[in-house]
Ligand binder design. Sequence first.
Ligand code: PEP
Ligand code: MG
Length: 580
Amino acid sequence: MQELQGIAVSPGVAIGEALVVDNEGFRIPRRFLARDAVDSELERLDKAIDAAKKEIERNRDAVSEELGKKYGAIFEAHLLMLDDSQLRGELEDMIRQRHYTPEYAVCRALRRYAQVFQRLESNYLAQRATDIFDIEKRLLRHLLGRRREEFAQLASPALVLAHNLTPSETANLSREFCLGFVTEIGGLGSHTAIVAEALEIPAVVGTGPFLTEVSGGDLVIIDGYKGLVILHPDEETIARYRHEVEQNRSLATRLEGLRDLPAETTDGERVELFGNIEFPYEVDHCMRRGADGIGLYRTEFLYLGAESEPDEEVHYEAYRRVATTMGQRPVTIRTFDMGADKVSHLPAPEDEKNPFLGLRSIRLALRNLPMFRTQLRAILRASVFGNVRIMFPLVSTLLELRQAKMVLADMMEDLDERGVKFNREMSVGMMVEVPAAVLMLDHFADEVEFLSIGTNDLIQYTLAVDRSNKDVVGLYNASDPAVLRLIDMALEIGRKKSIPVDLCGQMSGNPVYTMLLLGMGLKHFSVTPAAIPEIKKVCRSVTMEECRAVAQRVRGMENARDIRSYLKEELRRRVPELGQ
Ligand code: PEP
Ligand code: MG
């Protein structure tokens, strides 16, 4: 049994067989052979070895010609390994005696060799492990001939273990068969993490390298609460986790009883609990949990999963479906927020050194006007079907906001001319995600009808920590007093200007912060749908006076660690069921 600590990004426990996707996206299967397939499978292995050798020889010759024989010799070591009769014998034994597939045998054997090298004291020899992985990949390529795109098409339940998953790869994971996932890299606020919550599957990211320790089919447990991954768990651990799964299920069932009750403190303060969605189907998750509306629809996921740019009808259909299902409840459609870790077919600048500080979000939209206009037209057309609001992301200057509103006004005129119906009174809002927006919020508040604080970005831009980087995850902290001051300021300005302020970053779905946010005066929470019952439970367990006292106490504290442990303690005291 081996335990890995990563970063918990999506709650829940998953127990099942691993599907390992390595750096280059090969899925490494574990399959056993039928007895009568052994000979033909050995033949397949030999063919793959031959093809790999030919490829290496070609590389050797090309490099020797370009750079000289000395460099070509690098490949000789790979050839020697492939010619090694001991390795060939080992592979044959695995296939003959244990009925492993050649793919699985190749992984097992070569990864074992690589591990021996990695454990050697010498740095030089440890580096040689890379050569062995290289040979493994080459053989797998010839055996499998399949690549990354296909791993998403799971045919049976599995836990996906990968070096990295992009947000769009995550979005394409089978909702039926992917029970959870783990990635070696990634951080707390990454969009890959956010999609995991949308899929409602447990996920852990940023474990550091471990894929060489597992093979496809191995039993694995993902603990999405504690950020733990357990490889080859023993019976006792499996039983403990099965018990936990049961307990969680019964808590969820108890919380289901709150579905039709309002999110209201015990002294009668009513707050609104909205859902955040990435895909139209999640509107059903929101309805099931009794959401008061959609506070954030991340429309960029329409582009991320698509082969080509979605046209106006694709946008329109998605928005219409969400608006119609929600009826009179507000549906906040955020215009596309691409760039940084959310990349699509868009012509992003080639080598942005700091993509989170680069051409992303509203900046990208204003540079790609035809695409932006298409989306705005679709949102306007869908606005007649319910209570649709529009919101611009990552606004950092007034000029940007005015430009975006101008494009929207142009599109209204365009639709008018064509006699197409839309809601002229549709509310326009903006996200507050950079400190500059908070500092200028009194001005912004005069030009929009609502504001929504995006703490995922606000944290990263306030503290200068990349939200998707595991190496600085300790600094990425919603409890940081600087971040809390900005939230406090934004809420205060909202009150003074009588403009509603939502909070739609991940922070608002974490019950640890609910009392604090209520105490600061937040009235509109927008959270991942699965978090709605828990947040409602906290609201219905506390008084505003208690919450204000919590906020006041926190205002006097000066470091994130103390604030967080104080908030956890308060939660444990007031709502023991949620405060583990
Ligand atoms: C945020 O930044 O808090 C937010 C909600 O937007 P996203 O996570 O999509 O960047
Ligand atoms: Mg954001």
